[in-house]
Design a protein around this ligand. Structure first.
Ligand SMILES: Cc1ncc(COP(=O)(O)O)c(C=O)c1O
Length: 311
């Protein structure tokens, strides 16, 4: 069903987002190793990206704070700024085998791609015979108002990774790829004991069916618009709010100060929100969130913000 509804021909199942990205990096390297020589093995990743906490995915992550203390990290990763096609073009050389990026940077502070950025990245990858990997661990499975975030941009990756909402709470990850690449993983070249077991894949299939057939993706889109409008209304009220960004049910509010105290105050009122990149309040509600629940959250944030401006 993942194949029927995506660019991909094949799926490798594993147990987490990090494992899915680990598999993606290995597949890209192995494919290029077989087809273009052993020196074409470097992965370009983005500043402020997050791809997981295994050694390879940590090495591919562009955030110092999660990498500190784990040296030596793996070789063969290079970083460029997000939304910077010139920087990417300049970083390209014959050693680059893949570009790995999130179609919206989640942990990096809900950073959205500029309108033609992903198309530009696709073109650069094609010109330099390198693969494009989208990490949709956080934004895939309906969260942006389409099943996969790449669908908003008219571009397709060669490899995509999924996890989180794919199992609706059960541990499952997936790496999807086109057939030509999948051939590079022959029997025994990559595997994991619990990958694709009947229980988790049955749950995942039910989740995917429900997302597609019960209208949850459209729900995410509509409720996301409602949520973003409500956050923008707060922006008009409080001048310390710099920007509201995101789409569907991945939204961020950048403020001009650290947001940890706000997260704490909201928790006291019964709402779990998150602080990404120090000064971005990140909202990733369950995909079934209702407009009434969003109203309750907005009222709580409004109260917290009012208290902040009074004290
Ligand atoms: C974009 C992205 N990639 C990978 C991961 C790692 O996923 P997991 O925690 O399932 O290993 C995360 C987790 O937050 C993520 O947001």
């Amino acid at each position: 069903m993942l194949v029927e509804n995506s660019f991909a021909d094949r799926v490798f199942f594993c147990n987490s987002g990090a494992e899915a990205n680990e598999a993606a990096i290995k597949l890209a390297r192995r494919y290029m190793n077989i087809n273009s020589g052993t020196t074409k093995n470097t992965v370009i990743s983005m500043d402020n990206s997050f791809h997981g906490r295994t050694m390879a995915t940590l090495s591919a992550t562009g955030q110092k704070k999660v990498k500190t203390g784990y040296n030596p990290l793996l070789e063969g990763f290079k970083f460029v700024p997000y939304n910077d096609l010139t920087g990417l073009e300049q970083a390209m050389d014959e050693t680059i085998c893949a570009v790995l990026l999130e179609p919206i940077q989640g942990e990096g502070g809900v950073v959205c791609p500029d309108p033609d950025y992903l198309k530009g990245v696709r073109n650069i990858c094609d010109e330099h015979n390198c693969l494009l990997i989208f990490d949709e661990v956080q934004v895939g499975m309906g969260r942006t108002g389409k099943l996969f975030a790449y669908e908003h941009h008219g571009v397709q990756p060669d490899i995509m990774t999924l996890a989180k909402a794919l199992g609706n709470g059960l541990p499952i990850g997936a790496m999807l790829s086109v057939e030509e690449l999948a051939q590079a993983f022959g029997p025994g070249s990559h595997a994991t004991t619990f990958g694709g077991t009947p229980l988790v894949t049955a749950v995942s299939l039910a989740v995917l069916r429900s997302l597609i057939e019960d209208g949850w993706i459209e729900h995410c889109r509509k409720v996301g618009i409602y949520f973003k409008d409500a956050l923008n209304k707060l922006k008009q009220k409080y001048n310390f709010i710099k920007e509201v960004r995101g789409m569907g049910l991945i939204l961020g509010m950048e403020i001009d100060r650290p947001c940890a105290p706000i997260v704490e105050a909201c928790m006291e009122k019964g709402f779990l929100i998150n602080c990404a990149h120090e000064n971005v309040l990140r909202f990733l509600p369950p995909l079934i969130v209702t407009k009434d629940e969003i109203d309750m959250l907005i009222n709580a944030i409004d109260e917290v913000f009012t208290d902040m401006t009074i004290t």
